[in-house]
Write a protein that binds this ligand. Sequence first.
Ligand code: NAD
Ligand code: UGA
Length: 460
Amino acid sequence: MGERTMKKNILCIGAGYVGGPTMAMIARQCPDRRVTVVDINEARIQAWNSDTLPIYEPGLNELVRACRGRNLFFSTDIARGIAEADIIFVSVNTPIKTFGHGAGYAADLQYWEKTARLILQHATSDKIVVEKSTLPVRTAAAMSRILRTGDSRVHFEVLSNPEFLAEGTAVADLTNPDRVLIGGADTTTGKAAVAELIALYSAWVPSDRILTTNVWSSELSKLAANAFLAQRVSSINALSALCEATEADVTEVARAVGMDSRIGPKFLKAGVGFGGSCFRKDLLSLVYLCESYGLQTVADYWKQVVCINDYQQTRFVATIVQAMFNTVAEKRIAVMGFAFKADTGDTRESPAIRISRLLAEEHACVVVNDPQALANARRDLTDLGDRITYEHDPYAAARNADAIVFLTDWQEYRQLDFRRIFQSMRQPSFVFDGRIFLDRQELFKIGFNVYSIGRPPLLQ
Ligand code: NAD
Ligand code: UGA
């Protein structure tokens, strides 16, 4: 189909974990739209145009292959992309500030602001600008102000349309979202822009799942949703500590609690804590926001969710050291799983980073295995040099080890031949299940000392 006959052109600035999959889904569901994804990172764009995509996500290869070169394009020509687009999604990264006021808490908005200025510089016709990145409340208003500083003949309408996909299930989440949230201004142009976005999503999302709010509610709802999810994880992890002290079993407690239909069973899996690029960042952004509005008690409340997450990781390492006769120095410890969750190669904020570092500080010889995340693990721990080794084969990682520590619940780990692993390890040998996903009775029968979070240990 020629460019001219297509409906409104779509551009996405930022070809990351959100921009790539989200735009591939729009291209797939709306074959009459031309969708272009641009990025300043040339290597990333090259990868999106190759057979090895820059991110691992089940079903993504097929999705991209189905529309790339047809109505989905990846490019570094940002200026042209902006000039030709009618709807511009902004999906750039919004990490935590590492400098100046709000360092360690506030969102670093420099990428986002640069993007706003780029749009302003290259736009020659009216644009709908859609905030897809997760941003603090009132950022869309700031973006509108920047965009209004230019040629007054070009109209920019800024909408908030936060993304709720989770990594590892991005394609499924995008195919069948719980809701699509669109925040827009209650003005004629605002309503028209919201209608455009509704029309886009209506190609595959049922209308009762498309929710419209004002811009600020939309921005805050995204931070709130992540805060609630993270809070559930910290709640069950806090209880896991009490379970270990009292010999209650956290999986039994979670089941009993989750069967209350008012509470529900999801996000009650205790473990080594939440990782991922967003929970920590968004919680801290919420904390900073509350503090800036003078709501210190509210800020302190949400800060505790992060504190419990950090505590869970140091507590897990303390358990390992204590179980192994109070020393892991020069002992080989195989870290199985480095990704922050299964089915992704992403290691951003992965609990495995902190846990491996703490083990290395105890002078353990840490060997890392992961089916998808070894390259990222190497980068994350590069400063530790030879103290850490990396092994593609889980059996080789476990050979001569004193302990194997599971930090990601990869499906392939469930299928390991644990008898073979046991025979290749030093004795006594230990399994630490940081994700409560292995059959501990089976492991115990083989001869392992088995520790899983929030449950009484099984000791030989
Ligand atoms: P990412 O780091 O994977 O991707 C962001 C991309 O933006 C990078 O490739 C970077 O090079 C590019 N970029 C930065 N500045 C640019 C500029 N001026 N012009 C062009 N490209 C630029 O980040 P991500 O994980 O995709 O997250 C993006 C946003 O979405 C964040 O705000 C995040 O909080 C939010 N979010 C992420 C997820 C997730 O699962 N990762 C889910 C929901 C929301
Ligand atoms: C999360 C949210 O689920 C998405 O809705 C949101 O869009 C996204 O953050 C974002 O804004 O970036 P994601 O971080 O990709 O998605 O993955 P989750 O499935 O939420 O898992 C986050 C972390 O919590 C993982 O480390 C996971 O292992 C951990 N977790 C999750 C638990 O420890 N227990 C649970 O019961 C659930």
